[in-house]
Design a protein around this ligand. Structure first.
Ligand SMILES: N[C@@H]1[C@@H](O)[C@H](O)[C@@H](COP(=O)(O)O)O[C@@H]1O
Length: 235
């Protein structure tokens, strides 16, 4: 695990964007993308750059169950606004939050991932150590599935919704098994509220209690964190 400590998300987002551009130069064809506040600076940098995704493919990590693609809080809409409107890919995939047949939707998405093996996966980190929406206790070999969100994730995401009751309780998420198949991984985390999860991920035991700790088992992982997120690390 390569750990890079930066001053803040502006510096870290620029670094992550450089890594994406480097991967494009080196022939990467499929990018696994993430949402949330963490990668916003990275997307800003990509939008401002001359990177060209128009012959490439993107596959997103997750989507809330029950939100239509055009809902303000849907991850579809987030990707559209933060990246795809300005830097379109030839093909972009996001789970369909309105799919009511969870088995059919997860089978469809797993086939997309199998047909488009991910060269570089971008990840954020939940306050409880989740990656994608793989909450503590998630099986490490899982593919895409419908997952219930923990109360801590619902609370963390409530800031984006008018009322807590509006926060979806389920998501479709790539599983840890699918994430681990990616050839290269870049995880970002900013702020003190991520410091415990960062410590667990880097220095803790590899345990389903902190899903991101599984990344210790992988090579080709770069973790970009700011000083606040790094503040509980022992060295
Ligand atoms: N499913 C998303 C994750 O993909 C994201 O990495 C994480 C952190 O969110 P944020 O970047 O807003 O802190 O939580 C969300 O619940």
């Amino acid at each position: 695990m390569d750990v890079i400590v930066v001053k803040n998300d502006v510096e870290g987002g620029a670094k992550a964007a450089d890594m994406i551009r480097e991967a494009v130069k080196n022939g990467a064809k499929v990018f696994g993308l993430a949402t949330g506040s963490t990668p916003v600076e990275m997307y800003k940098n990509l939008v401002a750059s001359d990177v060209d995704f128009s012959k490439l493919t993107s596959v997103n990590l997750d989507e809330y169950v029950g939100l239509p693609a055009d809902n303000e809080q849907s991850y579809h809409r987030f990707m559209q606004e933060n990246l795809f409107d300005k830097k379109p890919f030839a093909k972009s995939y996001v789970p369909n939050g309105l799919a009511t047949d969870a088995d059919a939707e997860t089978t469809r998405y797993n086939k997309i991932i199998a047909d488009n093996p991910i060269d570089l996966q971008v990840l954020g980190l939940g306050r409880n150590g989740h990656i994608g929406f793989n909450e503590p206790g998630s099986p490490i070999d899982a593919e895409t599935r419908k997952v219930p969100l923990t109360q801590s994730t619902i609370d963390a995401n409530a800031r984006f919704f008018d009322k807590e009751e509006d926060v979806p309780k389920y998501a479709y998420s790539m599983g840890i098994g699918s994430i681990m198949k990616s050839k290269q991984l870049v995880l970002m985390a900013w702020g003190e509220e991520k410091a415990d999860a960062v410590k667990g991920m880097i220095e803790g035991p590899v345990t389903p209690d902190c899903p991101a700790s599984i990344l210790q088992k992988r090579d080709n992982v770069t973790v970009i964190i700011d000083e606040a997120a790094a503040s509980k690390l022992s060295k």
